[in-house]
Design a protein around this ligand. Sequence first.
Ligand code: TMP
Length: 198
Amino acid sequence: MFVSFEGIDGCGKTTQLQLLKLELLKRGFEVVATREPGGTALAENLREVLLDGASKIEKTGELLLFGAARAQHVAEIVRPALHRGAWVLCDRFADSSEAYQGGGLGLDRAFIRQMNDFATGQLWPQRTLYFDLDPQIALQRRGGGKGDRIEARGVEFQARVRAAYLEIAAREPARVTKIDASRAPDEIFAEVCAVLEL
Ligand code: TMP
């Protein structure tokens, strides 16, 4: 089972991923908890470059680097784990590129979907949990600092990312479930379990 966790920076998705991992381990499943960009040596290197505030990267190059990290991650981690029958819990996946580089930066969203299909060999999560939160609240939760290269783009950027996520959720209701992330973590987790029929 392949589940991705999506949302703007500071939405609380990583906490929920960890709670789900513990619950699944308790029930005796093999769990691979991973993240994008990251999860492999190459992709973690790309992550450092992509998030480093000192990096100078064109928008187009930024998109392709996220795509490159995704291609490696799918081939090296995600597909083998799914093949073994493990649960794969992925902190961000292809929707992040459409939301951030498409919604946030204004790059062509249809092209981004094609890039994602190319990078993943058309592998998509069975379920995507989208944690919806107001960008101002998310900023407060992150401690209000400037953050990494992407977070430093500010609240208006995050608002465009959120709008794109909401469009994706409305377009693909069978895969993507929108979850109200303004609530307490245990309340949110109860909904996560219900969505996954656990
Ligand atoms: P994280 O801090 O949630 O792990 O995510 C890293 C940052 O990278 C976050 O600001 C979102 C951004 N990102 C993109 O802009 N495009 C992508 O395709 C992915 C996977 C992440």
